[in-house]
Design a protein around this ligand. Structure first.
Ligand SMILES: *Cc1c(COP(=O)(O)O)cnc(C)c1O
Length: 637
């Protein structure tokens, strides 16, 4: 089935090339639903009569409905962002899968609520299946793991912290309970607070056997709250998404208990420094509540060395008898794990993988991907306690679809509000199904079953392996490589005798390409940042003009507050002095997630690049003209 998958047949297309099919299926979705309505007790008489439908106020209501939709459409068409076009290379957005769009609309008509199985008999099951797909992709044992859909990566990260917090406080709760304390007899507080997750969950099994699980759980953070400063530190790379700050706040842990981990020149967590800090905390007896690794940093697309984190945890367990919770924030990069899996869900051997990339022209000769440590990082994801992933990013599914996967589903009982053991198999299948009340075991309550259908449908059409998502994601990766190489070697653009040279921040781990334009001869980093900020404004809707944009991108600022001295490496490579860096303390960069699958053809890409250089020349001309005008005003004044 999957062998014949054609990537261009998955999307509507920038010119709606697949519109005939799309419209047909959209009409099918709606027709089917209407048949379903009329077939429900066909003996029931219609309740709105044609006579009533011809009353003036009735017709007026329909006219006004149409009018509102007219004005909505006008507003949407005036100011929406054209993700579908290869002219858009900015945030993690591109065209979305037709199958997901259609599954969403089809399901939306039934309006299922995945809060509870009884409100979504079909889509709760689809959500569980989609969650299993993701667990499988991450190398988890599907029989033991658990995954579900969230509104996005933010909530998935909250849930990671939520379970980590509750797991962390269970051993202390056990030590406090008369009927349970024998289970942890002789352990110090430090050992209790640093217990390995599996061990904690094994203890909860014992509590369940003794019938005191709920009582003990009530003594954990869930019941008694977090006593300030008792849970230790949460180690998060400086490259973190700001949802981590929100998570510390929302879950009562406090932002000051984050230890930011420095990043290296590739914007990955600096392994040496991570080890140093971890060992220091171990030596001084400060517990580690959790460690976060980012697979695909939001700003740079960098992939942390997950394998080094896992190695470090093992070392700590052996040397100090102390462990810590590991959560991977793969909101951006999670689906990339499909690039490494064969059709039997095996993580492929490196050489076999590269051979297949060449054979199927997924990654051609000359494109450096994957770097060896990126490969190792993806392989090690299977050892993490939990993982955030966003289907609405690299899953090419429309909003709002995030997800979280957990390695050991017993962990859900620590946050659940249903009677415990919600997901235990029941003897009676029917009963087992009805037991599933997602809303009581996850952070959110009511939510669209349509989202679950959209994610589920995507996974059925585009398998989570090399022959499915591998082909889709691979296109962006290759294009990003080409793009970064063009940027690295491009001749300066000349505008009215002034020369502007573009250079990438680095060669990407994934498909985020960052770059800046520098005016040759300008030594002021402040001016440099202003120039790039202005370019961004002219390449976005920030300047308010619509339909005039030839190229759209996003931007960010790499500042000393967030990254320490690391961005100075790039500033220096661009010729700015230490003093300039000290004074300015940030580098403003243009940021392009290359998700489009349309440029994966060398001739097409070269044409695109040539056109892009013209676009940039026009933009720089506009900026130079603005400056000339301003200096005239100045000299006149
Ligand atoms: C996008 C992103 C998030 C937040 O996800 P939302 O879906 O926007 O809530 C968290 N972490 C990383 C690394 C991200 O890229």
């Amino acid at each position: 089935m999957s062998e014949k998958m054609n990537v261009d047949a998955l999307f509507l297309g920038p010119k709606s090339e697949n519109q005939v099919f799309f419209k047909e299926m959209m009409a099918y979705a709606i027709d089917e639903h209407m048949h379903w309505r009329s077939d429900f007790h066909p003996e029931d008489a219609p309740l709105v009569s044609p006579v009533a439908q011809h009353q003036p106020d009735f017709r007026d209501t329909l006219y006004r409905t149409e009018g509102i939709l007219n004005s909505l459409s006008a507003r949407l068409k005036t100011k929406s962002v054209p993700w579908f076009s290869p002219r858009y290379l900015g945030h993690m957005n591109a065209d979305t899968l037709m199958v997901s769009n259609l599954a969403y609309v089809m399901t939306m008509m039934y309006n299922p609520n995945n809060c509870a199985h009884e409100a979504s008999p079909v889509t709760t099951e689809l959500e569980i299946e989609a969650g299993q797909d993701l667990c499988k992709m991450f190398g988890y044992d599907v029989n033991k793991a658990w995954g579900h859909i969230t509104s996005g990566g933010t909530v998935a990260n909250y849930e990671g912290v939520w379970v980590a917090r509750n797991v962390k406080t269970m051993p202390l709760a056990i030590a406090e309970h008369e009927g349970a304390k024998d289970l942890v007899a002789g352990m110090t507080e430090h050992q209790l607070l640093n217990m390995n997750t599996t061990k904690v969950l094994d203890l909860t099994d014992e509590l369940k056997k003794r019938g005191i699980f709920e009582e003990v759980r009530a003594l954990s953070a869930r019941g008694v709250g977090v006593k300030p400063g008792t849970l230790g530190k949460f180690l998060v790379p400086r490259s973190k998404h700001y949802s981590w700050m929100k998570a510390m706040d929302v879950l009562g842990i406090g932002q000051e208990h984050i230890i930011p981990l420095d990043v290296d020149a590739n914007y990955r967590t600096d392994v040496e420094k991570m080890r140093e800090i971890t060992f220091k905390l171990m030596e001084e007896g400060t517990p580690i509540l959790g460690m976060v690794s980012v697979v695909g940093t939001t700003e740079e697309g960098s992939v942390d060395a997950v394998h080094e984190v896992m190695k470090l945890r093992k070392e700590c367990e052996e040397k100090y008898g102390a462990s810590f919770y590991v959560h991977i924030d793969a909101a951006y990069g999670g689906y990339v794990r499909a690039m490494f899996l064969d059709e039997d869900n095996n993580f492929m051997d490196y050489d076999a993988l590269v051979a297949r990339y060449r054979e199927e022209n997924i990654i051609p000769e000359g494109v450096t991907w994957p770097k060896r440590d990126v490969y190792d990082a993806f392989e090690a994801m299977a050892e993490a306690d939990s993982i955030t992933v966003d289907p609405h990013k690299v899953g090419y599914i429309q909003y709002a679809a995030g997800a979280v996967a957990m390695k050991d589903k017993r962990i859900v009982d620590l946050i659940s509000y249903h009677a415990a053991y919600v997901f235990e198999e029941s003897d009676d299948d029917q009963n087992g199904e009805q037991n599933v009340v997602l809303g009581s075991s996850i952070m959110e309550g009511s939510k669209a079953g349509a989202t679950a259908a959209a994610v589920w449908a995507a996974h059925r059409l585009v398998p989570l392996n090399i022959s499915g998502y591998g082909h889709v994601i691979g296109r962006g990766i290759v294009t990003a490589d080409w793009f970064a190489n063009k940027l690295a070697t491009a001749e300066p653009l000349v505008v009215q005798g002034r020369r502007f040279e573009v250079r990438p921040l680095m060669h990407p781990d994934f498909h985020m390409v960052n770059f800046t334009f520098k005016e040759i001869g300008n030594d002021s980093l402040a001016d440099h940042n202003r120039l790039n900020q202005r370019i961004y404004e002219l390449c976005s809707y920030a300047s308010g003009r619509t339909y005039t944009k030839d190229f759209l991108t996003s931007s960010t600022s790499l500042s000393v507050d967030e990254y320490g001295q690391i961005p100075s490496t790039y500033a220096k490579s661009r010729g700015f002095s230490d003093q300039e860096w000290e004074a300015e303390g940030s580098v403003y960069i243009l940021r392009s997630a290359v998700m489009t699958h349309f440029l994966r053809d060398e001739i097409r890409f070269n044409n695109y690049w040539n056109n892009l250089q013209e676009v940039f020349t026009d933009i720089l001309t506009e900026i130079v003209d603005e400056e000339n005008k301003q200096s005239k005003v100045h000299s006149a004044a």
